[in-house]
Design a protein around this ligand. Structure first.
Ligand SMILES: Nc1ncnc2c1ncn2[C@@H]1O[C@H](COP(=O)(O)OP(=O)(O)O)[C@@H](O)[C@H]1O
Ligand SMILES: [Mg+2]
Length: 222
């Protein structure tokens, strides 16, 4: 069973701000988990620690059975590259690359792909998967916000991660597009990915199987 285990995570910024206070959570493959909470409650900090983008002050992060505190920088990068896919509120697409080229970007650092043609055909599969076949040659500026976020989801899938971590993925979208993005993420969990979404929007409650409410760096419903 593929899992991300966060055990008793505490994060203190600058010896002053306690952003996370002894938080534990397990995300399994095939699961859709949401963390909800107001702005400043510690959601992004939690996601960044789960995604190995930041260190915790105390506690442990265990990914697929491996305690990541024992890994060196290269090994951490490998776990990030092979096991984790990220989606952010602001899409972060490269404006100078077409849709399918944006999706190819993470493949460039993956030696599993032998050549450009292989990457391109994988990118086209992913474009189809998120329903953007007709937009594959377009640039991000020619797409709606919802379409741009679907490109970002396809890009997160490029290296076939076990887990998708999304930080307020619908924060810049209207409610119709929000619905679509949550449906897309739900599909991924049904395909076996572990999906962790942090957000402060109730609409997620219709999709997530497990919801944690965060307040002042702690889970309220524990
Ligand atoms: N890099 C940082 N340095 C200092 N304080 C930070 C930093 N990042 C976040 N914080 C603080 O940690 C708390 C939690 O922030 P964050 O995880 O971004 O919350 P959320 O994503 O729920 O809005 C806030 O009080 C915030 O000001
Ligand atoms: Mg945040």
């Amino acid at each position: 069973m593929k899992t991300i285990e966060l055990k008793n995570i505490t994060k203190v910024y600058n010896n002053k701000v306690t952003a996370l206070d002894n938080v534990s959570l397990t995300l399994c493959e095939g699961e859709f988990v949401a963390v909800m909470g107001q702005s400043g409650s510690g959601k992004s900090t939690l996601l960044q620690i789960a995604g190995l983008l930041d260190n915790c002050t105390s506690g442990s992060v265990i990914i697929n059975g491996e305690d990541v505190s024992k890994l060196n920088t290269n090994q951490l990068a490998d776990v990030r590259k092979n096991s984790l896919g990220f989606v952010f509120q602001a899409f972060h697409l490269n404006p100078h690359l077409k849709v399918y080229e944006n999706i190819m970007v993470p493949m460039l650092i993956n030696d599993r792909f032998k050549n450009k043609a292989e990457m391109q055909s994988r990118a086209m599969e992913l474009v189809d998967k998120v329903g953007l076949t007709h937009r594959k040659e377009h640039y991000p500026s020619e797409l709606s916000g919802g379409e741009q976020q679907r490109v970002a989801i396809a890009r997160a899938l490029a290296n076939e991660p076990d887990f998708i971590l999304a930080d307020e993925p619908t924060g810049n979208l209207d409610s119709k597009n929000e619905q679509m993005i949550f449906e897309e993420l739900k599909k991924l969990s049904e395909m076996g990915k572990g999906v962790l979404v942090v957000c402060h929007n109730d609409a997620i409650l219709n999709f997530a199987e497990k919801v944690y409410n965060m307040k002042d760096g702690k889970f309220e419903n524990e």
